[in-house]
Design a protein around this ligand. Structure first.
Ligand code: SAH
Ligand code: SF4
Length: 354
């Protein structure tokens, strides 16, 4: 059933806002902390909040709703335990999330939008444009669901699922505030990465917040000619504009920047491309993440063979650029960003037709 919320989205409220609400409800201030904790614990209804008096629970039910995600699909890798979820939102829209286990703990990769309007040619998330932004609470719910479902504590978050977080700026910032609050999930900002395709206006805005998160830039090309072909955002903000915003960002935050570089055979993987990339990144304290491009049904992009990927990495290193090849997790449930949602949507549509 589809429920359209007309009530207050209380899971998007920070502690300050909940405190104000409790004052309005003539409640003692300590209720705010109790309520905030519950909302970050992943409970889906006010009735589960056992230390909240019944009358207040009723009042909350009447005025507020708790944003949740519902797992429509769950794929568990038999190789490394990676879990990929396809979640349904209150309005029937679908998003993806991934839970990964590393030596240092569990990481959740969250979506920030339903779809994406940036239109990168190699990405399945952008195939149908943007449907809507996620609320901060819907971002948070992806983490609380994974934590509860697997009975674990999440220590790291990457905003690298479906959507462009800087195209949903205010909700992304509010999410960062909520998830790092020590009264709730308490995931330190140093353990959170935000990935952007290069929305320069957003990078500039973000630098004013001076957050100790890791900024990750999806560069994927060493020059404008290649980047224009694969990433339409480059026509608005070219590589010079993007890297200049990165330099400014680094001046303010003093944080190392991460550059994502999906290697596509015959497009951006040559020795000359590596040299050009190294030259462009000179002077930026950074790390390059090399990702073998994930083939998407709708395009013809292929990943280079292992030997070429290693050669690209070695070339960057020899030119003084720190580079690693991203480990592939969940290879047996292989589906790059946006593909699982698409597959699930097609299954549902087919079921509805039959
Ligand atoms: N919109 C943001 C964050 C989500 S995309 C961004 O673009 O940065 C997360 C990462 O997956 C980005 O680096 C994106 O470029 C990459 N990506 C998308 N499709 C891919 C594919 N088919 N193969 C490899 N990486 C891909
Ligand atoms: Fe959007 Fe990122 Fe996919 Fe580009 S790569 S279409 S910005 S989700």
């Amino acid at each position: 059933m589809i429920i359209i919320p007309t009530k207050l989205d209380i899971r998007s409220f920070d502690l300050e806002a909940i405190t104000k609400l409790m004052v309005d409800f003539n409640q003692p201030k300590f209720r705010a902390q109790q309520l905030f904790k519950w909302l970050q614990s992943g409970v889906d209804s006010f009735d589960e909040m056992t230390n909240i008096p019944a009358a207040l629970r009723q009042q909350l039910n009447d005025t507020c709703y708790i944003a949740t995600v519902k797992a429509l699909r769950k794929y568990v890798s038999q190789i490394d335990g990676t879990v990929k979820y396809v979640y349904e939102l209150y309005d029937g829209e679908l998003i993806e999330s991934v839970l990964m286990k590393y030596e240092h703990g569990y990481t959740v990769c969250i979506s920030t939008q339903v779809g994406c309007r940036m239109g990168c040619k190699f990405c399945a998330s952008g195939l149908y444009g943007l449907t809507r932004n996620l609320t901060a609470s819907e971002m948070l719910a992806q983490i609380t669901y994974a934590a509860r479902d697997n009975n674990i504590r999440i220590s790291n978050v990457v905003m690298m699922g479906m959507g462009e977080p800087l195209d949903n700026f205010d909700n992304s910032i509010q999410f960062l505030k909520l998830v790092s609050d020590e009264n709730g999930l308490n995931i330190g900002l140093r353990h959170i990465s935000l990935s952007t395709s290069g929305v320069v206006s957003g990078i500039k805005k973000l630098s004013a917040y001076n957050l100790p998160i890791t900024l990750s830039i999806s560069l994927h090309a060493p020059n404008d000619e290649i980047r224009n072909r694969t990433m339409p955002v480059n026509k608005k903000w070219n590589i010079d504009a993007l890297l200049s915003a990165c330099r400014e960002y680094q001046k303010v935050t003093t944080r190392r920047i991460s550059f994502e570089y999906a290697l596509i055979e015959g497009v951006n993987d040559s020795d000359a491309n590596a040299r050009e990339l190294a030259a462009r990144l000179k002077g930026i304290m950074c790390h390059v993440n090399l990702i073998p491009a994930n083939p998407v049904k709708e395009n013809t992009f292929k990943k280079p063979d292992r030997k070429s990927i290693i050669a690209f990495q070695k070339k960057l290193e020899s030119l003084g650029i720190n580079a690693t090849i991203r480990r592939t997790l969940g290879a047996d449930i292989d589906a790059s960003c946006g593909q699982l949602k698409k597959k699930t949507k097609e299954e549902i549509d087919n079921a509805n037709i039959c």
